[in-house]
Design a protein around this ligand. Sequence first.
Ligand SMILES: [Zn+2]
Length: 336
Amino acid sequence: MKGWKLTKPLTLTEQEITVKEKTNKTKVKVTKALLTLSDVLNFSNEESNNMVLGSYGIGIVSEVNSNLFGIEKGSHVYIEPNHPCGECFNCKNDEQIKCSNMQTAGEDYNGFLSDFVMADPSSLYLLPNSVSNFSALFISHISLAISVIDELGIQKGDYVSIIGGNNFANILTQLLIYYQAVPILATLNEEDYQIAKESGIYYVLGPEDSWQKEVSSITGGRMTKFVVYVSDCNIPTNKAFALASYNAGIAFTGTSYKNLSLPTAQAMKKQLDIHFINSGYGNTATSINLIANKALDLSHLKLDSTTFDNVPNTLHSMLKNLEENDKIYETIVDLI
Ligand SMILES: [Zn+2]
């Protein structure tokens, strides 16, 4: 097994990855991995672990070591990237979903920028034929969006502002429409604005709009009961808080842990109820079902693509975009 291992900040080395001989894990040939902002941050962070990067991936089962229901050699699978630690208080009390040290691929253990991975059988999900490779790469985004809706307790008819327009923000907004909430997506990026419109999102605010005024007019002056701030949108957080009603639920979330500064005085004045949400663990089967049932239109979302050999160059150019506050395109890595 060969993979791109982070050996020091900004340096990836193609290495042979050794695994223990005796294992009940399943060998999966990775067919596609997705590079996201999270990989870019890990790539440049002094404190990152020396790991094979790549937080999302899909593949084909190449060797099966135990009886797996419905999964056999040649099956197309999605590999769940989050694992509860098994050691924290919540894990030991059978509340793995609330694990306080969730282990993430590419961060805490070797990720998917590798020709093969050895996966725990319980982390494999069979992909139906109706789920394309392109859609399958968004399963984690959808799972995280479900967590956001659950954690905030958003109900039918609730107004929700979404700050940011990237792929995750678009998916969350579509899912809110599917659940009959009333989302308003606000973005400073012209392309994301267009993609949101093409995806059938009704309330989209762009760089030219006065967000506070528009949200006030849509909600009859109430402002929104919920605000979701997507972590890599480069929008000042006070703009997000300005759209919230008194005591609104605010979520900071996204596919990466980018640092943010928060206007706490504004939050205290409105007595906002702030949440930080980073994992969609436990929602994978639901996400696959939503795709299979065509609940979301993913066809307008944009992903770049690159080859396995070109991964280090791609990460360097994504990092450059991050430093220049340009849009970062999540990038498919083709491994076959
Ligand atoms: Zn735990």
